[in-house]
Design a protein around this ligand. Sequence first.
Ligand SMILES: CCC1=C(C)/C(=C/C2=NC(=C\c3[nH]c(/C=C4\NC(=O)[C@H](C)[C@H]4CC)c(C)c3CCC(=O)O)/C(CCC(=O)O)=C2C)NC1=O
Length: 161
Amino acid sequence: MQDAITAVINSADVQGKYLDSSSMEKLKGYFQSGALRVRAASAISANAAAIVRDAVAKALLYSDITRPGGNMYTTRRYAACIRDLDYYLRYATYAMLAGDPSILDERVLNGLKETYNSLGVPVGATVQAIQAMKEVTAGLVGVDAGKEMGVYFDYICSGLS
Ligand SMILES: CCC1=C(C)/C(=C/C2=NC(=C\c3[nH]c(/C=C4\NC(=O)[C@H](C)[C@H]4CC)c(C)c3CCC(=O)O)/C(CCC(=O)O)=C2C)NC1=O
């Protein structure tokens, strides 16, 4: 896993150089947004279940997906879907704190599309649910932190598509 700091340091180290001014600017932006990131992560962790519930209500509930024949039908599959959304929220929060998406590649997206395809889990509806989570989260944490979380929700969506 990388973060915003190791990312710029590793890239300077590869070249055997001190950080240049654009790397310093990146770090400055990251440090300046530190309090915002921590505050957002606390709000998200305190409200995680509600965020997932509201996103499901917005995007999936009473759609064909929850009826017989749909991929969320049966409590086992419904629970698997809720659990997946909770994974996406938690890992997007980690990535937002780190300021870097690498943890998503390593722990979430690696092999996920293949798993979904082989189980018939619909990617389009999953992306819709993640987008709904993005909106609900922004409503909770505010515009700036919401935008930052949005980067990582979108990253998961493009990794799935
Ligand atoms: C931390 C990283 C991680 C991820 C991301 C993960 C995802 C993941 N979701 C799965 C299943 C599943 N995922 C869903 C999800 C959905 N179905 C829908 O219709 C909705 C659109 C959607 C929810 C938004 C469902 C229903 C299953 C069960 C499918 C089945 O067994 O038939 C499975 C197959 C194994 C299992 O059932 O547990 C994996 C590995 N597992 C992990 O360890």
